[in-house]
Design a protein around this ligand. Structure first.
Ligand code: ACM
Length: 527
């Protein structure tokens, strides 16, 4: 072999070994493809940014402002950053590509959401590299379409500023659905113009204090949150829980109450009165007008907790016979079928908790949210019947579960929910999901707030586990690695420190104390 060819081969080999050794840049969630290349793009030299296409031009101010903070005072503006919104590239929804060389960065996408995620990636690269972005080629797209966070504001109310903060953090991690649990036993939190007592009476109290002053979102505030979320490519899906978990509504409008006594008084709506269906339909009209999302969540969970009076109410017993519903469970399913029709008539698709699987609703009208990790048969049935499914099993996706052995407040159920297990999901279900992957719309962390009474504790329960959710929902199985996530997690913790967000430190559990909430005794008693 000629000497020049041998030299060429040695050079190539050396290059590959070097490339092998290069570490990919730190990003949350890990992109689908990220190939490190040679050199570093230094933002301190100043950049000249260009924006092509409508979606790109909309970002101009934000991008130049963000990158500008890394420029030194003698910026020569010789390096370029180009944002390209180009349909002809044919990149799918939410996908983007990024090329970083020492002298230029190009972010390309064919959808506004793709370009948005490209921008978020660029901002993270700048932040974690402290202005020095390692050269690389990224081709990125999500593993799953629904990457959600559910917040329960009935048990405790946090208010719009906290929601804005959460939406910012979600967007950064490429989470795209905010499921808003707005009604439940302790309080009704959404203004409904036709039924002012829902917030006049129903919004009073919370899980810690049944006499707390009313707290709720006005319709203007709801619109503000929906807009803020849409600007970050986040869809807001409201949940109006029914026929159970309705105590706050039934306190305000006893005429639609399903009866019951003591602890369970008004836990359900009355399932046999036309008045109830009219009341709920009118509420859903206002809800449908407020939320552009194609989905409305109507709960449908845990009716048996508080429907004792269904067994004795003569009107209900007569209704069951008249409609040949067999029993109280048949009545519950009748209610859900009727609501699925009501929601469909408003041009929306119903989402329900996994109790809904047994109700006989056509799978084109509804999406199932699987939550009972101890009932995998509900997930199997949902998939067998052809439903689309969102996975939010209590283990490991309920974030009211503790995240460390030492924690005193919060749920445990044969274990708890550390970030590594969050990241590992749903691959623990591979056998069950085999052949049905297309029906899985996505994943969702659900933050129930019985034992989360303030923003500091809310942050502690969410961060940094939320980064595990992003990894589970976005990063392809072949690339995802809980071990690698834990290796780079200190960067995210440093970011949380700089942002003033309280969090649990899995590397030094005692570093940030577990916040108790307003009443330690109350929380422990019910913990
Ligand atoms: C639920 O946790 N009851 C859906």
């Amino acid at each position: 072999m000629k000497r020049s060819i041998i030299l060429f081969l040695i050079t190539c080999f050396g290059y590959f070994v070097q490339a092998e050794e290069k570490q990919p840049p730190v990003l949350f969630p890990t992109p689908a493809v990220c190939v490190p290349t040679q050199g570093v793009f230094d933002l301190s030299a100043g950049v000249k940014a260009t924006f092509k296409g409508t979606a790109a031009r909309k970002m101009e101010k934000e991008v130049t402002g963000y990158l500008g903070q890394y420029a030194s005072s003698d910026k020569s503006r010789k390096n370029t950053v180009a944002f390209l919104f180009d349909l002809s590239l044919g990149l799918p929804d939410e996908a983007y590509t990024m090329q970083v060389t020492p002298t230029g960065i190009t972010v390309s996408a064919s959808t506004a959401s793709g370009l948005f995620y490209g921008k978020e990636t660029l901002f993270q690269l700048a932040c974690y590299g402290k202005g020095k972005i390692p050269a690389c080629r990224i081709e990125d797209h999500p593993r799953l379409k629904w990457r959600g966070l559910m917040l329960d504001e009935s048990r405790h109310f946090f208010g719009k500023e906290k929601v804005f903060q959460l939406l910012d953090q979600m967007a950064q991690l490429k989470l795209n659905v905010f499921h808003w649990h707005l009604t439940d036993e302790p309080g009704w939190r959404i203004e409904i113009k036709q039924y002012p007592k829902l917030t006049g009476i129903g919004a009073e109290g919370n899980w810690s204090d049944s006499h707390a002053a009313p707290t709720f979102y006005t319709q203007d505030e709801i619109r503000e949150v929906v807009r803020y979320a849409a600007d970050r490519h986040i869809m807001v899906v409201p949940e109006i829980d029914m026929p159970g978990h309705a105590i706050a509504a039934c306190k305000a409008y006893p005429e639609v109450s399903g009866g019951g006594e003591g602890r369970w008084a008004g836990f359900t709506y009355h399932p046999c009165k036309d008045e109830t269906y009219t009341f709920l339909s009118n509420i859903l009209d206002e809800v449908a007008a407020l939320f552009p999302s194609p989905y409305i969540h109507i709960g449908g969970d845990e009716v048996h907790y508080g429907n004792q009076s269904w067994y004795t109410d003569p009107q209900i017993q007569a209704f069951i016979k008249e409609h040949d519903l067999k029993n109280e469970v048949g009545l519950e399913h009748y209610f859900l079928r009727r609501m699925a029709d009501t929601v469909q008539a408003k041009g929306k698709i119903l989402i329900g908790w996994d109790e809904m699987v047994d109700a006989g609703i056509s799978p084109d009208k509804a999406v199932v949210m699987w939550w009972r990790h101890d009932k995998p048969e509900q997930l199997e049935k949902a998939l067998a019947q052809g439903y689309r499914v969102i996975l939010t099993p209590r283990r490991p996706f309920y974030f009211d579960f503790v995240q460390h052995e030492s924690h005193k407040i919060g749920r445990r159920w044969n274990g708890f929910n550390p970030i590594e297990q969050v990241c590992h999901f749903p691959d623990t279900l591979q056998t069950l999901l085999a052949g049905k992957e297309k029906q899985i719309m996505g994943l969702q962390m659900s933050v129930w707030t019985e034992r989360i009474a303030d923003g500091k504790r809310l942050d502690f329960m969410i961060f940094p586990r939320i980064a595990g959710v992003a990894e589970a929902a976005w990063t392809p199985l072949e690339v995802k690695s809980p071990e690698k996530l834990m290796k780079k997690l200190p960067f995210y913790l440093e970011y949380l420190d700089a942002s003033g967000i309280y969090y649990f430190d899995p590397f030094q559990p005692e570093r940030h104390a577990e916040p108790w909430g307003p009443s330690k005794a109350d929380v422990l008693q019910n913990g």
